[in-house]
Design a protein around this ligand. Structure first.
Ligand SMILES: [Ca+2]
Ligand SMILES: [Ca+2]
Ligand SMILES: [Ca+2]
Length: 172
């Protein structure tokens, strides 16, 4: 009996871990739209990625901790900065996991997402020195968080009224 309970517990723990990685709503993106791994757009995805204590809101400390953890995990050669290869590999790791969770095979949207990750690296690496630093990441994180915390109370939750959707400039 206790063994059964144990295995049930570990199954539950695994499920909780998985759901922490996956972006919540299984909405199917429009064809041609780049796939969004966990941490992509939308409050549900944001909570799924960063609300580590599952209280329905993301405090700044939670957000910063996950970002830092992700940055360090991505820095596979441990030199304190991310090369383009490290940056894209980290993104692809999350994308792969999401495809796996959704039972999908890599497709056109997958390829587009990887291409976009390379483009993003060029954008985030403002100094164009091939190195994305933790400081650069922190500056972007600050913007992202403030953008989502629309009522400005220092946490991101469903209490934050959504901003009107931005007009999408791209159509491929
Ligand atoms: Ca929380
Ligand atoms: Ca590195
Ligand atoms: Ca808020």
């Amino acid at each position: 009996m206790s063994i059964r309970n144990l295995s049930l517990l570990s199954a539950l723990a695994a499920a909780a871990l998985l759901s922490a990685c996956a972006s919540a709503p299984a909405t199917t993106p429009a064809p041609g739209t780049a796939a969004r791994p966990a941490g992509g757009h939308g409050l549900q995805a944001f909570l799924g990625s960063y609300d580590t204590n599952r209280d329905g809101q993301v405090m700044r400390a939670e957000f910063d901790a996950v970002r830092l953890q992700r940055f360090r995990a991505a820095d596979t050669n441990g030199d304190g900065v991310l090369s383009e290869a490290e940056y894209v590999a980290e993104f692809e790791g999350r994308l792969k996991r999401q495809y796996f969770d959704d039972g999908k095979q890599p497709d056109k949207a997958y390829e587009n997402s990887i291409k976009q990750a390379h483009v993003r690296f060029a954008i985030v690496n403002r100094a164009r020195d091939g190195q994305f630093t933790a400081a650069e990441d922190a500056a972007i994180a600050d913007k992202t968080f403030k953008n989502l915390d629309t009522n400005g109370d220092g946490t991101v939750s469903k209490e934050d009224p959504p901003r009107p959707p931005q007009a999408r400039a791209n159509d491929d």
